[in-house]
Ligand binder design. Structure first.
Ligand code: SAM
Length: 283
């Protein structure tokens, strides 16, 4: 498929370049591999993806959901703002001989014609595009009528949602019009974004058991060194020792409160729906 970027607004391009650099920093592949691999498989099953399904994974990263979809026999396009992550995913499955298309693309301006895919999914991915309505409109637009939209998002009250709220005072200011990512984990927000352009919406709350971190310190170190948004927060306060210490304390406190016998539970919302036959791309 061709990859034409359709939005030309200069400020938006600069913003997306900053976001791309953020997600390329650290080692997001390690987060996907070592901490959340179960989520991609779960989303693929819930989205009823099987042999022959034509699937778009939006904000696919290193292919956490795209790869299990391809293993299930689907024809998969893995799309992401950050080509560095796509390249890593492609390398990971080369030896296995899995065939996926790895294509750069912005979730707010997907480079595909209307109704291109049987299933469009995103695993803790599109929630990080700044403009929620634009993104939801794009997901609806590229899904064929009767096709599936499947999303797995962190909830606002779950561990990662609370981590983002706690990190907000330490982060660079968000761009104008941007909404907080964990809102995508609130069913009321999804109802507003998709309205009657989807049928049979199903909302399921689940929690991911995370046993990768034995101590709060291990969690803090891993996220400080490998996870783009946390790296950005640390960079933003690097020259202010008091704020740096406060960020450290915040992350340590959150993790300590969540750890029970070496396990944390990270809550997510799993949403599946069918694109309505008469959905137009804008409500
Ligand atoms: C937390 S990662 C999730 C990656 C993958 N879906 C997974 O389950 O591991 C968030 C992803 O969103 C991508 N992303 C952020 N903003 C985006 C945008 N505007 N359009 C497309 N992808 C975006 C990042 O590059 C990153 O790969």
């Amino acid at each position: 498929m061709t990859t034409t970027i359709t939005r030309t607004d200069e400020a938006d391009q600069q913003l997306k370049l900053r976001h791309r650099k953020l997600w390329a920093s650290g080692d997001y592949g390690a987060v996907a591999r070592e901490v959340i691999p179960g989520l991609g498989r779960l989303l693929v099953e819930a989205s009823r993806i099987g042999p022959g399904t034509l699937v778009l994974d939006v904000a696919a990263g290193t292919g956490n959901a795209a790869i299990p979809a391809a293993r299930a026999g689907a024809r998969v396009v893995a799309s992401d703002l950050t080509p560095e992550l796509l390249a890593e995913g492609r390398r990971d499955v080369e030896a296995e001989g899995l065939r996926l298309e790895w294509e750069p693309g912005d979730a707010e301006a997907l480079p595909y014609p209307d109704a291109s895919f049987d299933a469009v999914m995103s695993c803790v991915g599109v929630m990080f595009a700044p403009h929620h309505q634009l993104t939801a409109d794009e997901l609806v637009r590229v899904t064929r009528p009767g096709g599936t939209i499947g999303l797995l998002n962190w909830t606002p009250d779950g561990f990662i949602g609370r981590m983002f709220a706690a990190m907000r005072p330490f982060m660079p200011a968000p761009p104008p019009g941007a909404q907080p990512p964990p809102l995508w984990g609130d069913p009321a927000h999804l109802q507003e974004l998709f309205g009657d352009r989807v049928d049979t919406p199903v909302y399921r709350v689940g929690s991911l058991p995370v046993t990768r971190f034995a101590t709060a310190g291990e969690f803090r170190d891993f996220f400080r060194d490998k996870y783009g948004p946390t790296i950005a927060a640390y960079r933003n306060v690097a020259d202010a020792p008091g704020r740096l210490a406060a960020l450290d304390e915040t992350l340590l406190g959150l993790a300590a409160a969540a750890l029970r016998g070496g396990e944390m539970r990270w809550e997510f919302l799993l949403f599946t729906a069918t694109r309505a036959a008469d959905a137009s791309s804008h409500r």
